[in-house]
Design a protein around this ligand. Structure first.
Ligand code: Z5A
Length: 211
């Protein structure tokens, strides 16, 4: 049986890291074999690409450069981690994937989404996540949470308008892909967010085991 491909997305400080731990515990309790990984990153080479992408620098990083680096890391990650796991029946839990390229590069940087779709087809073929959890939060709250946590990376130095476009991008992706996307209100208490996530996972796995 092919493993399930679950991705988790959202704007800054939305609580992905916090909730991924919760999902890992849930999958373990349920006896699901899985690997947990992230983008950009997920292999030694792709983690080096992540470093290149996130480190603040004086030289302006061109939008196309940023997009191509995202997909270069993704190609390596798919080849080394994601596809081998799925093919062997192991599920994959991934902190961000191609929806982030549409949201950040497409909507945030205002790049042509048809170009992203071409790269998606080249790098992934028809592979898409089976389930995508989009944690949604007003940008101001997310940025406040993120600022209390660590020094800002290159993306976190962007203006609020950029993150607003990213958020609208995620909501549009969810609207256009209702069969795989679940939007979770991440402005609720952590306990309430996790109750919502658990309900989505229960529903997803009960449907998956019925087919
Ligand atoms: N990027 C891109 O542009 N294109 C692409 O294709 C891909 C990525 C794949 C790195 O991602 C950057 O890459 C990202 C987009 C870009 N932009 N940035 N920055 P990342 O996922 O590694 O970085 P991140 O978005 O900053 O995620 P993060 O650091 O992992 O943050 P988070 O996981 O969303 O938040 P958290 O650390 O779990 O929570 C933040 C704080 O809020 C923390 O103190 C929690 O305790 C607190 N928290 C969490 N939930 C709650 C609730 N419910 N109530 C109260 N407090 C809470």
């Amino acid at each position: 049986m092919q493993g399930k491909f679950i991705t988790i997305e959202g704007t800054e400080g939305v609580g992905k890291t916090t909730n991924i731990e919760f999902i890992q515990h849930w999958l373990n309790r349920r006896g699901v074999e899985f690997v947990s990984t992230r983008e950009p990153g997920g292999t030694p080479l792709a983690e080096q690409v992540r470093e290149l992408l996130l480190t603040p620098r004086e030289e302006k990083v061109g939008d196309s450069t940023e997009l191509l680096l995202m997909f270069a890391g993704r190609a390596q990650h798919l080849d080394q981690v994601i596809l081998p796991a799925l093919d062997s029946g192991t599920s994959v839990l991934c902190d961000r994937f191609t929806d982030a390229s549409y949201a950040y590069q497409g909507f945030g940087r205002e790049m042509d989404c048809s170009l992203i779709a071409k790269l998606e087809q080249i790098v992934q073929g028809d592979l898409r996540p089976d389930l995508t959890l989009i944690l949604d939060i007003p940008v101001e709250i997310g940025l406040k949470r993120a600022s209390e946590r660590s020094t800002p990376d290159r993306f976190e130095q962007e203006q609020i308008e950029f993150f607003d476009r990213v958020r609208q991008g995620y909501l549009k992706i969810a609207e256009e892909n209702p069969e795989r996307c679940a939007v979770i209100d991440a402005s609720q208490s952590l306990e309430q967010v996790q109750i919502s996530i658990e309900a989505v996972l229960e529903n997803f796995y009960s449907q998956a085991s019925a087919t």
